[in-house]
Design a protein around this ligand. Structure first.
Ligand SMILES: Cc1cc2nc3c(=O)[nH]c(=O)nc-3n(C[C@H](O)[C@H](O)[C@H](O)COP(=O)(O)O)c2cc1C
Length: 189
């Protein structure tokens, strides 16, 4: 395999294209699509979103110190793209995309009813990094659609075929399961 060196860039893909909702009153409700997001700790469960200061959502998240990560599905790809192209300064994105704002369970921030998984987060720290500020947050509640719950065990059952990711300028539908994690060390007897 011949490798070519390229200049440093943000090139860790695939990542989510999460619709992050914010705001605790209808006049400030907003949605921003975020690719720079991920898990950073298991106990307590913590995650981050990185937001440029110039985004309308930046001030809303900073003021409320809360946000909600709403899973994007293949059926919500148009909504996710729109929320990542237009600003809440000019558009009510809930109205434009016919999305339903509901109040979070453990946060005052809004959630997107149509998204199957809503991860409610409280900001613990804001780190200035350069182009973006990183909002570190603790996950305080998760709302999961019944469709994503195994009826017999009550465990979360991801519907991978319905989910989408973002990779190098493209939205990708997640596909088939290749293997169960841990399969490489399982005995074959
Ligand atoms: C797929 C995708 C991923 C994005 N990821 C980020 C991100 O991680 N951080 C960020 O600040 N902006 C990101 N953006 C840009 C914002 O979503 C976009 O500027 C949006 O219009 C800001 O909305 P607001 O002004 O209402 O906050 C992304 C856009 C798209 C389409």
């Amino acid at each position: 395999m011949i490798k070519i060196n390229k200049k440093p860039a943000a090139l860790i893909y695939p990542v989510p294209a999460a619709m992050v909702s914010c705001g605790s009153t209808p006049d400030e409700f907003n949605i921003i699509t975020i690719a720079w997001t991920g898990t950073i700790n298991s106990v307590p469960p913590m995650c981050y979103v990185s937001i440029r200061k110039e985004r309308h959502s930046y001030d809303i998240v900073k003021r409320n110190m809360e946000f909600v990560i709403n899973y994007s599905t293949k059926d919500l790809v148009r909504e996710a793209d729109f929320c990542g192209r237009k600003s809440g300064r000019e558009y009510n994105k809930f109205k434009e995309m016919s999305l339903t704002p509901l109040k979070g369970e453990k946060v005052n921030s809004v959630i997107i009813a149509e998204s199957p998984i809503n991860i409610e987060c409280k900001v613990t720290e804001i780190k200035e990094l350069g182009s973006h500020d990183m909002f570190l947050a603790e996950v305080v509640n998760i709302q999961v659609s019944e469709d994503y719950i195994d009826k017999s065990t009550s465990a979360i059952k991801m519907k991978h075929q319905d989910l989408m990711a973002y990779s190098h300028g493209k939205y990708i539908q997640l596909g088939d399961i290749i293997e169960q994690a841990g399969f490489s060390i399982k005995s074959k007897t």
